[in-house]
Design a protein. Structure first.
Length: 268
């Protein structure tokens, strides 16, 4: 099945308010990184170290080293970007994001084939899917995410990243009902509040995209009430404000209690 050519920005940000996060929720939420490729740079060494510790064998170390080499490409900047300007001007750079994503996809594919069956190969499949997504190859990305989810144990925290990526594939293909179902699954599998809040945010914004604005407002408000400390709650507040400006009725808890505000004496 062929797909329309979609720009990297459009695919990675199908909604202008989307800020995608990694499966390592608490850490990723602090930095608000973009899904997948930025995660590679931030957590590559952690991931590889964990893989090597788990295997404890020479083959595992070899596969982990191959994955580390592939992920190292994520550190290489693209010409003209802020990252490139902040680094050594003589350092090697990619000319375009497309070139970078293609290089990552190729390197990760080699890990998948040369170390098939290893945890490193499984992890490579996830990041390979991210690279395909960045390139606009939605069908390939979907296959990669599905393969990772089929192989990864329930305890693997990277499942959250794969489910989020899979949801974005559905969204990019305008299959919003399936995207919502995927984010609901993401919520069920999430181990902590940040992940559950993120999944709830995705569901709410997709309800808005479907034109179900009152339902979206209720979902955003529920997110705020249940996950007050999560970064997604702040984003939900922004969305509620915009919906209110459009005349969408606000859920009761979203309405300020003017009577209480007027009668309540100021706190000392």
């Amino acid at each position: 099945m062929s797909t329309e050519k979609i720009s990297r920005k459009e695919i990675r940000n199908p909604d202008p308010f989307v800020r995608v996060t990694s499966a390592f929720w608490a850490k990723a939420m602090e930095h608000q990184k973009v899904i997948g490729l930025a995660l590679l740079g931030a957590f590559a060494l952690f991931i590889v170290a964990a893989l090597i510790v788990r295997t404890g064998q020479s083959k595992g170390r070899e596969a982990g080293g191959a994955l580390a080499s592939a992920l190292a490409l994520a550190h290489r900047p693209v010409e003209g970007t802020l990252d490139a300007l902040q680094q050594d001007p003589t350092a090697e750079k990619f000319k375009t994001f497309k070139e970078k994503n293609e290089a990552l996809a190729k390197a990760l594919e080699e890990v998948r084939t040369q170390h098939a069956g290893s945890p490193a190969a499984r992890t490579s499949t996830l990041f390979w899917a991210d690279a395909q997504f960045q390139l606009g190859k939605l069908d390939e990305a979907a296959k990669g995410y599905d393969q990772f989810l089929a192989e990864a144990p329930a305890s693997d925290p990277l499942r959250m990243l794969a489910l989020e990526g899979r949801g974005y594939v559905y969204e990019a293909k305008k299959e919003l009902d399936k995207a919502i179902e995927t984010f609901e699954k993401m919520s069920r599998e999430a181990a902590g509040e940040p992940g559950k809040a993120r999944a709830a945010y995705h569901k709410a914004r997709l309800l808005e995209a479907q034109g179900k604005k009152p339902e979206a407002a209720a979902a955003f408000q529920k997110l705020k009430d249940e996950f007050k400390e999560a970064p997604a709650a702040r984003e939900a507040e922004e969305r509620l404000a915009l919906l209110a400006m459009q005349g969408v009725p606000m859920p009761e808890k979203a309405k300020p209690d003017s009577k209480t505000t007027a009668e309540e004496p100021p706190k000392k």
